[in-house]
Design a protein around this ligand. Sequence first.
Ligand code: CP
Length: 336
Amino acid sequence: MTSKLKGKHFLTCDDWSNQELDTVFNTALDLKEKFANEIPTRYLRDKTLFMIFFEQSTRTRNSMEAGMTQLGGHAHDLTSDKMQLSHGETPKDTAIILSRMGHGIASRNCFYTIGNGYLKEMAKYSTKPVMSLQDDIYHPFQGLADLMTIFEYFGKNTKGLKVTVSWAYADTHSKPLSVPQTQILLFPRYGIDVTVAHPKEFPLSKNIVDKALKNAEDGGGSLKFTNNMEEAFEGAQIVIPKNWGGFGYYDANEYLQNEEESKKEMKANLEKYRNWICDENKIKLADKNVKLMHALPADRGHEVTDEILDNPDISIVFDEAENRLHTAKAIMSLTM
Ligand code: CP
């Protein structure tokens, strides 16, 4: 496959124009049809992708690795502890070396205040495309799969579609801000009206909100905020209930200087909002044909009840997860 996008890094959807993203969606759709019909798509024959995971992953890891196999290439599934990164080798040296040996580098690094800078440093020195598999700010592959799923269910004309991105309670770990931040940056570019609900102690990063408001103005969508989950669900055509950590409540430097204290406070704040769950009562407030989306893994019984997550008339989370494969293959085949 020859593509004008060959060599382009994929660190955030914000670096890609709507025209470029439309090429990605068309390619993903074509790859999805060919996958369903078992038509070979060996566009990356003999090519190598290096994937470096600093955190756990199910969807991202397997969509990339299966995707590379299906495109005729191979992905190295690396973790930082398998590499000299764990002895302090720099992202710069790592990127130079890996880009001489293969055709693409992809990494997940969600460490707060570090991840995005780490990926940008690799992109600066890599001669091959660098792809973000999620960092502390963005999760671009998730954004693509989300939007592809929305197009499949609601059509390509998404002007005026009402999408609610809501914070929800979860007790597993402080999840990064990157999924909701990617969604609020991306959806309004396609005319979508996004409502974000969160308790006051769990805001998104101010600079991302400012950029998302600008994207909404340019893209014909809208973006509004509330501290009331019920209010945000009223009339929503899509609801996305998901936990994220309270990082945006703090100045980043202050957070890092008092990290233990901030984490304790965050945990105490979290416990005030156990009732922020997507359940039948909240779903009743939404549009009668409402769809549930979630990047997964879902914290069942906390973020969303089993009853809603497993309701095939409402939940489209597994279609969304499957689209991680097709969008990953689209980006890899267009850039590598
Ligand atoms: N949605 C998502 O990124 O899932 P994983 O963490 O399993 O990759």
